[in-house]
Design a protein around this ligand. Structure first.
Ligand code: 5GP
Ligand code: ZN
Length: 117
């Protein structure tokens, strides 16, 4: 059994779960969060299963670059360059990570405030 067999986002990549896809490359997928926290709330993931960003950097740093490039594509598609946006990588229990397939949140479309709660 591979790491991703039981993983929600791997199932999404395999089209076993429907997703509202915003952008796709050979190595990454961007889709709308099912429970949006802002007018734009898109998740960008590597298609290959890694549990978090640290695991990507340790194994295939160029894939992290792909994830970031797709996030920038989403920023452009959503028209957020001028007003600004936030990229978030919740990591581990204290970081609030609930899905253990690495993902970057792209948030925008309203004033987001700082610091987060
Ligand atoms: P985390 O809390 O791990 O940083 O983020 C996981 C995100 O995945 C949450 O914002 C949650 O709303 C989203 N999510 C959970 N299940 C699904 C799903 O089946 N489809 C989509 N599109 N998003 C999901
Ligand atoms: Zn996965």
């Amino acid at each position: 059994m591979s790491d991703g067999d039981d993983c929600l986002f791997c199932r999404l990549v395999a089209h076993e779960i429907p997703a509202s896809v915003v952008a796709e490359t050979e190595t990454t997928l961007a889709f709308r969060d099912i429970s949006p926290a802002a007018p734009t709330h898109v998740l960008v993931i590597p298609k290959e299963h890694y549990r978090d960003m640290a695991a990507i950097i340790a194994d295939r740093p160029e894939l992290m670059s792909d994830v970031m490039a797709t996030a920038m594509e989403v920023v452009g598609l959503e028209g957020l360059q001028e007003e600004g946006y936030r990229l978030v990588a919740n990591t581990g229990a204290s970081g609030g990570q609930t899905v253990y397939h690495a993902h970057l949140h792209v948030l925008g479309g309203r004033g987001l405030g700082w610091p987060p709660g």
